[in-house]
Design a protein. Structure first.
Lengths: 292, 279
């Protein structure tokens, strides 16, 4: 490597670091603000959403971006975790919705993906196209008929109104099929010659090799459903059953300081899961994207 | 036989919660009520196309996709190309670019407010430069803001996909090209872009799906009825649902489905053509 290359590499690293800092800023600011006192928050951010009359000397009234707390305090966390039981109960609501969906969709999706990737049957590609299409549709497209079906099944206002459609979502099928398509036929054929049935092949050959794909899918589903807003808004009118995503939207407006702490707690499981599974996650996404 | 064992569970649930609702919706879009309505032909569609708020919503959605998706892919590609070499702190950088993907929207809404509010930080900076305030969320700027949020969230995902595509291009293609005296730009155009095309189709598809998800951001930031420019098809359909206007909703949904199907099958066909051409 000559000097020029070294220098341009350094310049690039610096530019990228600045960009990375910008990307991380919203996350960092939330974290830092969660450790400020309620007084400090309202002193700096009280002007959000207020129209200041500029004619009456309010000209320079801006909120104050506060990067460091005057002193660290965990009173917001205490408020969220101990003084308001609502947060924790909704946290568990979210978990109770998301965990069954992630496990269910990964399982059901892998099974179907195996059929699409490694078995031959008439109409396979057409059916896969139909799966692909529904995956692309925004939730609102089937809002009315979905409502009717959920209502007919007697699921309205129950968590299964969200969990069941979640389990059968097409994304898991799509992603796992993409991933399994990379696994060479030679491996499945060899197992077949050894006398293994399809189910044994699936369990012993395909699943172990598909681990990064499964990890990536689980993380992506976790993130997507942990984040869901549209579905509970329609199917869970009962406030006691609603997940954290909806609660947070309210608390952010009423008590901003508590909102920062709640937001931080809300994103923590996602961030930890991501950092823990990052290499698998990246590998899984990458395999789903390139043709084998 | 084995096929049904594997496909069965998925197919049953998928039919019940996706396929049947979809067919029902299609049917309802030609009737004058929820289930059991009278057949009215294309009346719902003519009503819909005459509705100003539908046209506004459809236009905004198209505009958002037309600006957001190419911009996102362009930026991710730049990032991926620059990051595709040994670099100081490389894995840290990758992690930071991807982190926004896993952060729930509701967690950072307040931060966006701090920046884009009328009294917000961005306006404070403008003020210091002696410029007038801009009402970011209540003007045509609002779409730019949502594009920024969309890019912030999705750039990492696209970058990772494109990086994989870049790494799958054999190195000797570049070596041969440089021996033959091809410049870097020439190499980029005739090797990188060509061999990246299959990945690009996939990235495009994923980016479009994710572009529909910005509804969450706009909903949390601006509610049911945001500024005109931000009023997208998802808002329209959501509001029609709460107004119990099943006809307009199902007709709008069907039109959207038709658009998506046409677009995707066009993309897939182009991809197949491309593969035949390069092989």
């Amino acid at each position: 490597m000559n000097n020029y290359q070294r220098l341009s590499g350094l310049a690039l690293s610096v530019t990228f670091s600045v960009f990375a800092a910008v990307m991380l800023f919203p996350i960092g600011l939330t974290l830092v603000s969660s450790m400020m006192s309620e007084a400090e928050i309202s002193q700096n951010y009280d002007l959000i959403g207020k129209m200041v009359d500029t004619a009456n000397g309010g000209k320079d009234a801006f909120l104050n971006l506060k990067l460091l707390p005057d002193w660290l305090t965990f009173e917001q966390y205490a408020q969220v975790l101990i003084l308001s039981p609502k947060f924790l109960s909704m946290f568990w609501n979210s978990a109770g919705l998301v965990l069954p969906i992630v496990i269910g969709q990964t399982l059901v999706g892998s099974l179907a993906a195996y059929a699409f990737a490694k078995l031959r049957f008439p109409g396979r590609d057409k059916l896969f196209f139909v799966y692909l299409m529904t995956m692309l549709m925004p939730f609102q497209v089937t809002l009315v008929p979905n409502y009717l079906v959920i209502d007919m099944l007697g699921l309205m206002n129950r968590s299964s109104a969200i969990v069941l459609p979640g389990i059968f979502g097409a994304f898991g099928v799509f992603m796992m099929r993409q991933f399994m398509a990379h696994i060479p036929y030679a491996l499945t054929e060899a197992a077949k010659i050894d006398g293994a049935g399809q189910f044994t092949i699936f369990m012993r050959v395909i699943l172990p090799l598909a681990k990064p794909g499964l990890a990536a899918l689980a993380v992506l589903l976790f993130v997507d459903y942990w984040n869901m807003i549209e579905q509970p808004l329609i199917f869970l009118q009962d406030a006691v059953k609603q997940p954290l995503s909806l609660y947070l939207a309210q608390i952010n407006q009423s008590a901003r300081g508590v909102g920062f702490a709640a937001s931080t707690l809300y994103m923590t499981p996602m961030v930890l899961l991501f950092l823990y599974a990052e290499s698998y996650f990246v590998e899984g996404i990458q395999h789903s994207g390139i043709k084998g | 036989m084995a096929v049904w064992l594997f496909l069965g569970p998925s197919l049953i649930g998928f039919s019940l919660f996706y396929l049947i609702p979809f067919v029902l919706g299609f049917y309802e879009s030609f009737t004058d009520g929820a289930l059991g309505g009278r057949f009215v032909g294309i009346n719902n569609y003519t009503d819909l196309l005459h509705s100003a708020s539908f046209r506004k919503a459809a236009g905004n959605t198209m505009l958002f996709t037309a600006i957001g998706v190419p911009l996102l892919i362009g930026l991710s590609l730049t990032l991926a190309v620059l990051l595709n070499r040994p670099l100081f702190l490389r894995s840290w950088l990758r992690t930071s670019f991807m982190l926004p993907l896993v952060v729930p929207v509701a967690s950072v809404v307040t931060v966006w407010q701090i920046f884009f509010d009328w009294n917000g930080t961005l306006n404070a900076w403008l003020n210091e430069l002696g410029l007038a305030r801009v009402d970011w969320m209540q003007s045509n700027w609002s779409m730019t803001i949502v594009v920024v949020m969309y890019i912030w969230k999705n750039i990492g995902y696209d970058m990772i996909l494109l990086l994989a595509g870049l790494q799958s291009i054999p190195k000797d293609y570049y070596e041969t090209a440089s021996l033959e005296g091809a410049g870097r730009f020439h190499q980029f155009r005739h090797i990188t872009l060509v061999y990246l095309t299959p990945t690009m189709f996939f990235v495009l598809l994923i980016s479009i799906i994710n572009s529909f998800k910005v509804f969450r951001e706009t909903y949390l930031l601006a509610g049911d009825y945001p500024y005109d420019r931000l009023y997208m098809l998802q808002h329209y359909m959501n509001n029609m649902f709460f107004e119990l206007d099943v006809q307009k909703l199902t007709a709008a949904a069907t039109l959207m489905v038709v658009c998506i199907v046409v677009m995707t099958s066009g993309l897939l066909r182009a991809e197949r053509k491309f593969r035949e051409y390069t092989e």
